[in-house]
Write a protein that binds this ligand. Structure first.
Ligand SMILES: CC(C)(COP(=O)(O)OP(=O)(O)OC[C@H]1O[C@@H](n2cnc3c(N)ncnc32)[C@H](O)[C@@H]1OP(=O)(O)O)[C@@H](O)C(=O)NCCC(=O)NCCS
Length: 216
């Protein structure tokens, strides 16, 4: 796989933000020690999502997490432009530069509040590592990267939803199930567009999915 050369490939956010993250501030244990700036192998790179990542298997890797659907290049670029213009989306990827292929991803979304003195909450979304690269600390690497980024960007907290079996994974990175405050509740809309009328109400977030993918 490889990306056709685009005239000017855009980054979703400033890549320099990733160079100054202090991995010693995370409770996650890395053995051997790695970081976003020094990911342990010369062929690994941690960076913001780029426009050319459509051709580097970005959507294919997300399909290991949940249903992606048939997303065209135009749809991808439009969504990328919306995210970039908002300044609140930090989709971060790991690249195998030998193959020019995306092998991991996690997203930090900034949620702007009036509460907490017009504070900002971070949301951790869409964490995935390509199944042939799992068990090599890359999941920890990408989650710690966006978690430290949220702190650096001034978030007062960072939250996530996950399957029960991943609680130990996130606990090892410093996430806590807060007593009395650890429920996820969802309403799912049939068509995913406003005004569809019919609402399907299902339980979620308790490991009862039919397969290993997240409903998201
Ligand atoms: C979850 C996921 C990102 C972990 O990626 P990874 O690269 O294998 O993770 P790491 O190698 O960094 O593992 C870190 C630790 O978490 C543990 N861990 C990883 N995946 C786990 C899983 N599915 N269940 C339980 N523990 C897990 C590892 O054993 C390891 O423990 P250690 O530090 O004591 O050795 C990956 O399995 C994945 O993409 N899964 C499918 C998508 C998904 O479920 N995403 C999360 C949505 S909330």
């Amino acid at each position: 796989m490889g990306a056709p050369l685009l005239e000017q490939e855009l980054s979703l956010y400033d890549p320099a933000l990733l160079l100054s993250l202090d991995f010693f501030r995370s409770p996650a244990k890395f053995n051997p020690r790695i970081s976003a700036a020094v990911p342990g192998e010369p062929w690994l790179k941690v960076r913001p999502l780029q426009t050319g990542d459509f051709h580097r298997g970005f959507l294919q890797i997300l399909s290991q997490l949940t249903k992606v659907g048939d997303v065209s290049l135009t749809q991808f670029l439009n969504r990328f432009a919306q995210m970039r213009a908002s300044g609140d989306y930090y989709v971060t990827v790991i690249v195998d530069t030998r193959l020019d292929k995306i092998i991991g991803s996690a997203t930090l979304v900034l949620e702007r509040k009036f509460i907490h003195g017009c504070g900002t909450r971070g949301r951790l979304e869409d964490v995935v590592v390509d199944d042939t690269y799992r068990g090599k600390q890359l999941g920890k690497l990408i989650v710690v990267t966006v978690t430290l980024l949220a702190d650096q960007l001034g978030c007062y907290k960072m939250s996530l939803d996950c399957k029960d079996k991943l609680i130990p994974f996130y606990t090892s990175i410093g996430y806590v199930l807060e007593p009395g405050n650890a429920n996820t509740m969802n309403i799912r809309y049939e068509a995913g567009v406003g005004g569809a009328g019919v609402v399907s109400n299902r339980t979620a977030g308790h490991g009862n999915q039919p397969d290993d993918t997240e409903p998201s």
